[in-house]
Design a binder for this molecule. Sequence first.
Ligand code: 5GP
Ligand code: MN
Length: 338
Amino acid sequence: MIEQSILEITSALSRANNIVIVPHKGPDGDAIGSTLALYHFLKEKGHHVNVISPNDYPDFLKWLPGQEDILIYEKDYMICKPLIADADIIFTLDFNDLSRTGDMQDPLTEATATFIMIDHHPEPATYAPHTYSDATMSSTCQMVYQFIEKLRSVKSITPEIATCLYTGIMTDTGSFRFRSTSSQTHKVIADLIEKGADNAKIHQQIYDTSSESRLKLLGVALQNLRVNKELRTAYITLSQEELDKNNFKKGDTEGFVNYGLSLEGIVFAAIFIEHKVDGIIKISFRSKGSFNVNEFARAHFHGGGHVNAAGGKSTISLEETIVKFNSTIPQYSEQLSL
Ligand code: 5GP
Ligand code: MN
């Protein structure tokens, strides 16, 4: 983000009365962490701020400071629509295209506000005159920290802001183990701890709060694990029936896909989860090394994401989706096989 843009943003902020902050649909720790951090930051600066999430978010995030103020568009669209229409500035965080907000895309497209995008996904769309996009960044939360730094306001980071930012960096880096974790990430994390993020407590809140049914569902997922050694690929399926039997709640399957990738020799992992109500199979892709799952998801499963973490969907049945997946991966045998 160039200095000129920062000057323009500073000037736009000084004039803004109403600010709306939007994460992507199906928001994760980074999306909710970054929006809430910015929410606290801008509120302290005296702005009138609303966070509007396209839909609900997992229970393991429902302790973050300020989360009780989040409006859910899917539920409260009658309240949200005028807020979007009346906003002077709309921040869009952790996504690169308005289509990632689902039904919110229409009111956002019609909005007269100045858009500011802060995001770490490749190939950003061009809807925001101020686009702070960097695909080398670990997380949007790290970028929000650096955005605050560019506004020369690091001193304004409260324990609440530090907690939200720490959470998003931690979840998007798989607790600081993915390649996107840089020395700069650790410097930011160190400062967030100094500013009041209780790191041990945050890890506990996110990772050590499993319900019995979630662990049982993990058991089913692991039973369903299939491995293609030749193409160094592993995948998991979960049918609606299996989810129902184990009292599935939003967020329960978070991280399951990584078990496939933890197998020795596996470089490509996927999880296929049936959502009968929406008539779709939601898919997560993960990879190690150079296999580009963003391109794979875009090319075959109406999705996208990053080089090593992406998502997509399919509107055919779970069984048919698996057949399609298994017949697609041999096209990549040069990259996947040893
Ligand atoms: P997850 O598998 O955790 O849902 O998503 C992994 C990454 O892929 C995230 O960065 C997310 O933003 C992106 N992603 C997930 N689903 C989709 C999708 O349907 N379309 C696009 N473009 N990106 C997605
Ligand atoms: Mn992210």
